[in-house]
Structure formats: C-alpha cells, structure tokens
Design a protein. Sequence first.
Length: 318
Amino acid sequence: MTVSQSAPSLSTTIAGISLETCIYNASGPLCATEEELDVIGKSAAGAILSKSATLEYREGNPQPRYYETSWGSINSMGLPNEGFEYYANYAPKAAAHGKPYIISVSGMGYDDNTKMIEALADNENVAAIELNLSCPNIPGKPQAGYDFEQSRTLLEKVFEVVRLPLGVKLPPYFDIPHFEMMADVLNSFPISFATCINSIGNGLVIDTEKECVVIRPKQGFGGIGGDFAKPTALANVRKFYTLLKDDVDIIGVGGIKNGMDAFEHILCGAGALQIGTQFMREGADCFARIANELQDIMRQKGYSSIDEFKGKLKDMGE
Ligand code: OXC
C-alpha cells in the first residue's frame, strides 16, 4: 500500500459549489440563531446550513424535546426557527465567513415552500437550498417524503420558481420498492443533491426508573439520531447513490461521530457529510476532529482525495 505524504484533501463539490472540506452541520441542532450560525462559520465546517425555515417564526414543540442517550438522541423539536426572512437576511454575514451558505426550507404547505424559494431567487449570498421533505415532528403533518405523489407535486411547483441549486432532505426508507419509487420521482427533476437521512421518525425512548417517556411532545415519540441511525443512513446513501442520476450529489447524515463513520458514508457514495447528534454533543470542534480522523484514515489507506474511494463500496459477489 502506498502512503501519501501531504495532507489528503477533503475538498468536494456539491451542487456545483466548491467546499474546502466535505464535513459540515446538519440542519437541526445549533443552527437556528445568528450566534449559532456564526459559530459554525468560524469552525472548520465546510459550509453553513441553516435550521429548516418556515414562512413565519415557530416556537416549536413543548419542552423537554431533545434527549441524549449513550447510543444517540431522540428529538421532537417541531421546527423551532426564527422564520424564513431571518435566514435570508443572515446571508451576507454568512458570506463574510468565506464558506457556502445553504438555507434549509420546510414550508407547511406547497405555497409556503414556493414563496420562500421564490424569494431566494436573487440572493447572491445563498449557495443552495435544501428542501426538507422529512421532518417527523409536526403533529398532524405527515412527512412529505413518504407520499410520493405529494413529493412530485411539490417538486413540480418548486421547479417553476427556483433559480438556485436545490436539493432535498429525505426521510429514511426501509423497503426497496420505496427507494425506487422516490428515485423515480427525484429523477424527473433537475435536483442537485439528496441528503440522506433525516432522523428515523417516531421512535420511543423510556426512562425505566420513572417508567416514563423522556420527551414531552407526542407522548414521547420522536426522531432517532446518532449511532442507531448509521446502518439505515448508510443504506439510504448507498441506494440513492446507485439509483439517482449521475449528476445528483448525495450528502450523508446519520451516525457520523468519528472519521471511520465519515469514511463509511463516503464509501457508500456520499460526496459530503453532515453532523447532527455529535455536533449537538460536542459542539463545533467536532468538524475539525472528524476531518483530522478521516485524513488519518485516508493517509493510512493511501488516498489523497475523497473521489478516490467515493461510492467504491464492494459487494461480495455471488
Ligand atoms: N428532523 C427535522 O427535520 N426537524 C427537526 N427534527 C428532526 O428530526 C425538528 O425541528 O423537529
């Protein structure tokens, strides 16, 4: 095995945008306020991604709504956010950090989504839009990504108004025909990227001493992230990498807490990586640490860029 001497490059291109490093935050924890976004901006993250914006400010679900376990997290935040304009107005400040700024959008209906996406059309400080089809935590509102026809209709409307590169944040899928049905929808549109996966919706964590659920909303039901999400995330990254058109980038998220997790996601086909639960746990230092660990692994394996192993997962043959 050859061992390369110079630092392996973690640079990548997503939606035609260059990122100095392929690791950044997931839309979710610690990205809802200017202060939080500035912390990401000053860190080693390769991009700044906002909390999913709704048209208006949202308080979110009642507290407590986030809980950490040894293996990950459960949350039912309910999209607390400052409202779309706040994140659009932050764009020049994001640009000052010298890294791409991506706005996540999660409207409560078709019109909310198209209004927000249309309003971003000429915002030169926004690099791309991540359309969230998969928040599992809004009482009474099903995840759009599990309704293939609704997803198609939404994308038809969105692509009438969008001018920036646009990707989708998908829920986890568990059945092969469902992967294929969603891929068929996505392949009908010029999407730039697919982010796999959102939290695994509606899990339940129990405090056995109190014989009680650990978060208040929805009788304790919430999205599962962290270690337990990784095998499902890897499967979704892999499937969509093989099913989506070649020019669609896959962004891996789910259970990445160290360099080896990052390596596995890239092997499955991820061209960039987002950190959720681990960012919440460790803060913004996680971006540099995971990047260094990934570079160590690449050095040991003789890789000088992520493209050398991206998507190259082998199967075992017949
Ligand atoms: N996924 C989301 O898309 N949003 C948040 N949680 C989650 O797991 C939220 O705000 O509830």
